[in-house]
Design a protein around this ligand. Structure first.
Ligand code: AMP
Ligand code: FE
Ligand code: FE
Ligand code: ZN
Length: 310
């Protein structure tokens, strides 16, 4: 009897041998998912659960890209290792350029980098203040939700609107998450508070100084592609051409844009576990050729830094 959630195969026994890890080589064809969230931000899976799902989806490599934090990376690295998968430490930063909100993914980050740690801490503090402001606005609407309730539910340093939504449901103020967003949390609704956004150029610089590569997330969800050439000229390394919300035509379109601007190609499911319905992991599989190019670029950059060339 398969009592696993829809779309997710039942877990394999922890001790089940994996041909790929036993051989130490990657079986072809191989795929990566380079956009994933855990409960260290607004996902619902632990790193171990996420790695388990990734392995069962046949992934060869996974990147963790929680919002404004790298706290889950050490556990995710260990979990991927034990499943015979490669792991890339990452994060997703909320940024802006010319008033346009965009998300920048950082890959191969040195999670111990002091400036990265300091800046992420700052972004997290701003996120926590934002939760307090959302709670205050709800209180003014006679919804007595306490910020502490949201923090307890979120149980992470990077809380966001989904946690406020879940708290509204948990406390009985809304029937479900959709109602919470529709009545209170969506842009233009009374408890909506805009999120702090670092400038996109600063985000790219922060990622680079932490030894990482920067890729623009889900360009198809942005209002304008005009920012892509600007970012490409400012050091952006990659473009997320494959994403759960991109149609095949959109992926083709962004592959062309990536080629035109000499950007690496990245892709991932943007799985948040159960926070937005069915887990998306396994729905977007980045062909290994793109992952290998990303890895090669990172290795070349790291070697150049080592040799004092950068
Ligand atoms: P934040 O970054 O804190 O502004 O929260 C944005 C997150 O809320 C994103 O991950 C969205 O996908 C999620 N979100 C937006 N609308 C909804 C909705 N109706 N139901 C659930 N999650 C939503
Ligand atoms: Fe999210
Ligand atoms: Fe995003
Ligand atoms: Zn994401």
């Amino acid at each position: 009897m398969n009592d696993s959630p829809p779309g997710i195969p039942p877990p394999a026994p922890a001790s089940a041998p994996r041909a790929r890890s036993a051989a130490g080589a990657r079986a072809a064809p191989a795929f990566a998912d380079l956009h994933l969230h855990t409960l260290f931000s607004d996902g619902t899976f632990t790193p171990e659960e996420l790695a388990g799902h990734g392995a069962r989806c046949g992934l060869a490599a996974m990147a963790l890209t929680d919002h404004d934090t790298v706290e889950g990376c050490a556990r995710m690295a260990a979990a991927c290792r034990s499943q015979g998968m490669e792991f890339v430490s990452g994060a997703e930063l909320t940024a802006e350029l010319d008033g346009c909100e965009l998300h920048i993914l950082g890959y191969f980050l040195d999670t111990e980098n002091p400036k990265l740690q300091t800046d992420l801490k700052k972004f997290q503090t701003v996120r926590q203040d934002r939760i307090r402001e959302m709670a205050a606005r709800l209180n003014r609407l006679n919804i007595p939700l306490r910020a502490e309730t949201v923090f307890a539910l979120a149980n992470c340093h990077s809380p966001g609107r989904p946690h406020v939504g879940r708290a509204l449901v948990q406390e009985g103020f809304c029937a479900n998450l959709d109602e919470a967003f529709d009545r209170f949390l969506k842009k233009s609704r009374p408890a909506y508070v805009p999120k702090f956004k670092v400038s996109a150029l600063e985000a790219i610089g922060l990622i680079h100084q932490a030894g990482g590569l920067a890729s623009m997330a889900h360009p198809g969800l942005n209002r304008s592609d005009d920012v892509i050439p600007v970012l490409a000229a400012s050091g952006l390394d990659g473009l997320e051409c494959f994403h759960s919300k991109h149609t095949p035509a959109m992926s083709e379109y962004y592959l062309e844009i990536a080629a035109r601007h000499h950007l690496l190609v990245t892709g991932g499911s943007d799985c948040h576990g159960y926070s937005k319905g069915k887990p998306l992991i396994g729905g977007v599989k980045l062909p290994a050729v793109y992952y290998d190019r990303l890895k090669e670029r990172h290795q070349a950059k790291a070697a150049a830094v080592e040799n004092g060339e950068l």
